[in-house]
Design a protein around this ligand. Structure first.
Ligand SMILES: Cc1ncc(COP(=O)(O)O)c(C=O)c1O
Length: 452
């Protein structure tokens, strides 16, 4: 693979002078500077000095079909030449937005037939929460506007999604939080299951918590419940069997809408096309983004049930929500080709098989290490959780160990998401068995070096 040469010094200086990086310690960044990536092919990316890495986090859990798929570039080019942009506002549509909505409907449960497009995950969740509230409000239930979220959830950083996100670091010092959110525990077996309970008892415990929360707030004040089938940024929390069936049962009992945030789990990463299939539940609203285009171009959508759409179609109303780029024809054209690749190459199935191998091999490689507290995964989403003390599960403090793990993995040619809680791994769904071996070996060597 030939890689162009770049003036790294110049790019580094310009980055430091002009980019404000998201989710980055800006003080440290001012000293360390960026990792400048210039090329991608398959599961690999190259930096500006020509060094090759395995992209073990698939960009941001989104390059599902891998890098360098010419067919996606061609789809974008063809659509730009045909019609670069037209909105979905005011009843306008384009062939790609229509075809994509129909394709998504064919992939989803029978009652999810309408889609409003967005440009990413936060916008999809903002839309779903607003639609849930609006659904109740226009039926006269204006007080039914609270949203139940979960501690450890990540739903984005928009006006209401910042608050839906159950990780306080995303709200702290950003001013008043949005009103109308309540939180319940996530089904994290390692962190939240009381000692002595088995997983089934833990689910009953969470059911009691959910019922108690609904009773305390009043079911008639709650519009919806939002959850990621597998929590991602909050620590790859795969739900135990039976958890989602319990949530669905409780919500049905109280007529509360279920919003599935499938921004990461959608489009194969969970081991089936969608996370609600992997876990066996039926959302009323589904939020998608990332893997819908494998990150080649920004796009998201919210899928809306027939029951909700019937209410939205009330005769005396304009539906006053949407974004300039809702239904962007270029992004929709890319999504259609991307979904074709996911289906033709059976990538959800590869994610399931490679995910099982990754979990098995990683557990064998570092599961017994004194600073590895837990290894959990579903499909191709994994967290190797590190702890100061295995017996007490004491976590490392903020800004302590994550930088070291990052340096040790990057030095060995692997890009993963390293934090003070450990290493999150989510390679492209095209990853091969030998590439999983390489990832496991690098993570093992990095952990042994950092904790030597
Ligand atoms: C589960 C989930 N929801 C929502 C979002 C927000 O998506 P975006 O960054 O595209 O706004 C993310 C981003 O990582 C996510 O992981």
């Amino acid at each position: 693979m030939t890689v162009a040469t770049w003036d790294t010094e110049r790019l580094l200086e310009l980055d430091l002078a002009h980019i404000l990086h998201p989710v980055t310690n800006l003080h440290r960044h001012a000293k360390s500077g960026p990792l400048i990536l210039t090329k991608g092919h398959g599961v690999h990316v190259w930096d500006s000095s020509g060094k090759c890495y395995i992209d073990g986090f698939a960009g941001l859990w989104n390059i599902n079909v891998g890098h360098g798929r010419a067919v996606l570039a061609e789809a974008a080019r063809d659509q730009m030449n045909q019609l670069a942009f037209a909105p979905n506002f005011f009843g306008i549509a384009t062939p790609p937005s229509i075809e994509l909505a129909a394709k998504l409907a064919s992939m989803m449960p029978g009652h999810l037939n309408h889609f409003q497009f967005t440009s990413g995950g936060s916008e999809s969740n903002e839309s779903a929460i607003k639609i849930a509230r609006y659904y109740w409000s226009i039926q006269g239930q204006t007080e039914r506007n609270k949203i139940i979220s979960r501690h450890g959830a990540y739903h984005g950083v928009g006006g209401v999604t910042t608050t839906a996100t159950g990780i306080p670091a995303y709200w702290k010092d950003f001013g008043p939080v949005a009103q109308g959110f309540v939180y319940v525990s996530s089904p994290n077996l390692y962190r939240n299951k009381p000692v002595g309970m088995n997983p089934q008892q833990f689910i009953q415990h969470l059911e009691t918590e959910l019922e108690t929360t609904i009773a305390a707030e009043g079911a008639g004040t709650i519009a919806g419940f939002i959850g990621e089938p597998t929590q991602g940024a909050g620590g790859v929390c795969a739900a135990p069997d039976g958890y989602w069936a319990m949530v669905q049962r409780v919500l049905k009992r109280h007529d509360i809408l279920l919003i599935a945030d499938e921004v990461i789990t959608g489009f194969g990463r969970s081991g089936q096309m969608f996370g609600h299939q992997t876990y066996g539940f039926m959302p009323d609203l589904i939020c998608i983004a990332k893997g819908i285009t494998s990150g080649y171009i920004p796009l998201g959508a919210v899928g809306i049930s027939d029951q909700i759409v019937a209410v939205l179609q009330t005769p005396d109303r304009m539906f006053m929500h949407g974004f300039t780029y809702s239904g962007h024809p270029v992004a929709c054209a890319v999504a259609l080709e991307n979904i074709k690749l996911l289906e033709d190459e059976h990538l959800p199935e590869n994610a399931r098989v490679m995910g099982e191998k990754l979990l098995h091999d990683m557990t064998a490689a570092v599961g017994d290490h004194a600073h590895v507290g837990d290894i959990r995964a579903k499909g191709l989403m994994m967290l190797v959780e590190v702890v100061q003390d295995k017996a007490t599960k004491a976590a490392y403090p903020a800004l302590s160990i994550g930088g070291k793990l990052q340096a040790a993995t990057r030095a060995r040619g692997l890009i993963v998401r390293c934090g003070d809680n450990g290493i999150a791994i989510a390679p492209p769904l095209t990853v091969s068995s030998s590439q999983i071996d390489q990832i496991v070996n690098i993570v093992k060597d990095a952990i042994f070096e950092v904790f030597a």
